[in-house]
Design a protein around this ligand. Structure first.
Ligand code: IPD
Ligand code: CA
Ligand code: CA
Length: 261
């Protein structure tokens, strides 16, 4: 596992350093959808990560957001978001990260999230805990939702499909201390793991957005489900993560909103 961890950490650091250096450069922006951007930096970051991973582990499968999809039914599969927070990045807003996860026979066993601007490296290994800069991290101890700082995000189809997103958001506002929308789902999950956020929910994320952060939250003592309270999977159409203590309250508010959609 150490080799896997080392490969993920080194790739994330190298890609992160590249992204940091290019942040304020002129970006070539292409559109995957009306508000779904991709820059040349996303693609180069992906190339940095996948070339290293494929060289070290040529038999492994790879699912990376921008182009690489190698599916051979291998025992191991890497799931990579080379730049989580592209809209922030394209605007020079310095909140983004690299997210790399490794699955073994379908189970996520390793998650690495690297924020190059704060030089914060989050690492989780199944059964071994979650760590920030090598120090073990834990979810917050906030017991009541009203005292919680929670985060959410808006999916890329929000223009066509904003009813559900807004219903959850509206219902949550008066029930929490404050809500943040930072623009990087992987960092949202890392921040739940380290106790900066007490909870997080979002609809219609992709496996590369959540794979590493999901493990991070669980290894830090938190809980991750879908909006129906079922255990989270990478195919789930929604995610709800929390410090465990406020999960029930968080779910109650989201359920209340669901009943009005
Ligand atoms: C996006 C970010 C954002 C979330 C979007 C994601 P990207 O990923 O994680 O916070 O709200 O749904 O797609 O496109 O920047 O990698
Ligand atoms: Ca993403
Ligand atoms: Ca991305």
């Amino acid at each position: 596992m150490t080799t896997f961890r080392q490969a993920a950490v080194e790739s994330a650091r190298e890609a992160g350093a590249f992204l940091k250096e290019r942040l304020h450069a002129d970006h070539r922006i292409d559109f995957k959808g009306e508000i779904n951007l991709v820059t040349e930096a996303d693609r180069t970051s992906e190339e940095i990560i996948t070339s290293r991973i494929q060289k070290l582990f040529p038999d492994h499968d790879v699912m990376a957001e921008e182009s690489t999809n190698i599916t051979r039914g291998a025992e191991y599969r890497w799931i990579i978001d080379p730049l989580d927070g592209t809209t922030n990045y394209a605007h020079g807003y310095p909140l983004f990260c690299v997210s790399i996860a490794l699955q073994r026979m379908g189970e996520v066993i390793l998650g690495v999230i690297y924020d190059p601007m704060f030089d914060e490296l989050f690492v989780a290994e199944r059964g071994e805990g979650a760590f920030l800069q090598g120090r073990e991290i834990h979810v917050s101890t906030t017991e009541r939702l009203i005292e919680g700082l929670v985060a959410t995000g808006f999916p890329y189809d929000v223009r066509e499909n904003c009813r559900d997103t807004l219903a959850y958001f509206n219902e949550m506002i008066p029930k929490v201390q404050a809500i943040r929308r930072i623009g990087s789902a992987a960092l949202d999950l890392a921040y739940v793991a380290v106790g900066r956020f007490d909870g997080f929910w979002e609809l219609r994320l992709q496996p590369w957005d959540t794979a590493a952060g999901w493990l991070m939250v669980e290894e830090a003592g938190g809980v991750v489900t879908d909006l129906n309270g079922k255990p989270y999977s990478l195919e789930s159409p929604s995610i709800v993560a929390s410090n465990a203590m406020i999960h029930e309250e968080l779910m109650d508010v989201l359920d209340q909103a669901s009943s009005m959609i």
